[in-house]
Design a protein around this ligand. Structure first.
Ligand code: PHE
Length: 379
């Protein structure tokens, strides 16, 4: 008898950690999960977004909570790894019994977390992942930012109309779904707009030596180099590009955004370069400026695009729960898809049929290591 009894108890105890619904939920709170890169090479993504989201949670809790309950935000670090993202999302669902999930910034990690949310039928909003495949994973997956085909068209028009360049090289990160996706969208749109792609070269995130790729690019004498990568590599790429004598402007996308981009000599290497992103802190609108004030008062630093977007992602999720008047996943999902003209700190947000947001992009210019507002491009 004992022989089966004890193993059986052990199995039940273990199963309680792995299966949903075993942890008794506190009836006075609504549990929301978040996953992000709080450590690892892209830590600024995770830290900025959790700061923004915490601000949203704090504001709602201080003004009476949600459905009369306090929001309890549980945040896990995925260390910047897609495999870890899947593990922590599973834990949020099975162990913490969350009603909904916010995350991630990086598209490759959002894709991995979204698979779990979709199969577990838990609504997820990514604040900042722009690769179209993320929300295509299924009807529980939403985003509050634009997608990369749009971002590619923004930089295509900018290159042709503002920089007045037609012969462009592309340098993509083959380890990053966001980067290869955006490179492909850019190549086809730039060609369709009459431009010429004279070279496409690849690297892998974390590489330290880009000289071979840059030399190949330089030999084609481009008028500009499009680099849809993350700030973690772009600074070093820029330094080496200048070292081997590439003087053409480098231009890129939202993944450049971190104040770490222009650290050290990258500041000079990137002078006069451009990237597209979601918001400019120089935007004089009251929504943007009051968010900056609140954020600075709490954290003593400036917010970046991820902080703004995560704040909006949180408020949109809480608003959907409020309208659903329930934490039932299907009801939240139904309300999320009805989001229309939500007035966020990143502008007016409406969710379309593909569960994406249609929003303008801004182009920033790097001047003296700072990101200066250049122009807004409407969809
Ligand atoms: N859009 C990037 C991605 O999908 C993430 C990102 C968003 C990075 C905003 C910086 C700023 O991977």
């Amino acid at each position: 008898m004992k022989k089966i009894f004890f193993p059986l108890i052990a199995i039940i105890v273990i199963a309680c950690f792995l299966l949903p619904g075993c942890k008794a939920q506190n009836k006075d709170e609504i549990v929301i999960g978040e996953y992000g890169s709080l450590t690892g090479s892209e830590a600024t993504f995770g830290i900025s977004s959790t700061n923004g989201l915490k601000l949203a949670v704090e504001e709602v809790n201080n003004s009476g909570g949600l459905l009369g309950k306090k929001i309890n935000l549980i945040t896990y670090d995925d260390r910047g790894l897609p495999s870890e993202a899947a593990i922590v999302v599973q834990k949020l669902i099975n162990k913490d019994n969350v009603s909904a999930i916010i995350g991630e910034v990086a598209s490759s990690r959002s894709k991995s977390g979204a698979q779990i949310c979709q199969s577990s039928k838990i609504p997820m909003i990514t604040p900042a992942s722009t690769n179209p495949e993320v929300t295509a994973i299924g009807d529980y997956i939403f985003r509050v930012c634009f997608i990369d085909p749009f971002q590619a068209s923004v930089m295509t028009k900018f290159a042709i109309n503002s920089l007045k360049i037609k012969r462009v090289a592309v340098l993509q990160d083959v380890k990053n779904a966001y980067s290869t996706g955006l490179a492909d969208f850019f190549v086809s749109q730039f060609k369709a707009a009459g431009g010429e792609i004279i070279e496409v070269q690849s690297y892998s995130s974390g590489d330290k030596d880009f000289k071979a790729q840059l030399t190949a690019i330089k030999s084609k004498n481009p008028e500009g180099v499009f680099i849809p990568g993350y700030y973690t590599d772009v600074g070093l790429i820029a330094i080496q590009a200048r070292e081997i004598g590439i003087t053409a402007p480098l231009f890129g996308s939202d993944g450049w955004e971190s104040e770490k981009l222009t650290e050290g000599t990258a500041k000079d290497a990137l002078e006069g370069c451009f990237f597209s992103t979601h918001v400019s802190t120089e935007d004089p609108s009251p929504q943007v400026q009051s968010f900056i004030q609140k954020y600075k008062a709490k954290y003593n630093i400036m917010p970046d695009a991820m902080s703004f977007l995560a704040y909006d992602a949180g408020l949109i999720m809480f608003d959907a729960i409020k309208r659903a008047n329930s934490t039932d996943a299907d009801k939240i999902k139904a309300e999320l898809s009805k989001t229309k003209d939500f007035s966020g700190v990143t502008g007016k947000i409406s969710i379309n049929e593909q569960r994406n947001a249609i929003k303008p992009a801004v182009i920033l210019e790097i001047k003296g290591g700072k990101f200066k507002y250049k122009e807004t491009v409407n969809p």
